[in-house]
Design a protein around this ligand. Sequence first.
Ligand SMILES: [Zn+2]
Ligand SMILES: [Zn+2]
Length: 254
Amino acid sequence: MLQAIRTTSAYRIIAWPVASTIDLILPPECVWCSASLASGELTCSTCHKILAHRYYACRRCACPLPEVVPNESCPRCHDEKWRFSRTLALGPYRGRMREAVILMKKPQFESLAMVGGKILGEKVLQELADAIPDFVIPVPNHWTRRIIHRTSSAEVLAQAVSRQADIRLKLYAVRRRRITSKQGMLNWSARRKNVRGAFAIRSGKWMEGKHILLVDDVMTSGATVAEISKLLRSAGATRVSVAVVARGTGTSQN
Ligand SMILES: [Zn+2]
Ligand SMILES: [Zn+2]
């Protein structure tokens, strides 16, 4: 928590002249588990390992697969007509990764979202090296939710991905036109219906012929990113990829 406060801009402006003295009195802590840190990192090595761990997954939807299953035989997406072609995720939505996603939704854990976005940005550079996206766009919240929650993890993640991978950010390119029910409360066909027509593109000309990276905290049914991808492709984007912190695979998980 102390480290979370340390990364706010107000702290950096007010406290930088005496930062080393403050570090002596209040030693830096991991922004996730609060373990003491010796270095200037934001997370301890244990938490960093969880976020940066690799798993065998479907290239199209990032669903975790047993290693004996060929990538193109993913049971989750082989019947889907999604308009995005790749999904990158830091891990499956369970255990501590699920905990991280839930914490990232809170304003006091923006630093944790920044770390997640930085690692996601490194993954983009490695795994999309053949075609680095031209723009990063976060999946938007409705503006009323943005005010109530005082943060948006998708926005913080997208900013960090943009910075790390040096990809231009279009923060407000897509807007949520209406408040939708929480996807996690609905069955999968209701999720598709829930997000149909829920988004709009603010401007489109710059998108023609471009590769767009959509960023969100979690993807489960894929209905939200599929709906936005459809709009982006209709507006002229030639390719859409998705990057999320965690890939959920079951209705009971979120
Ligand atoms: Zn930690
Ligand atoms: Zn898949």
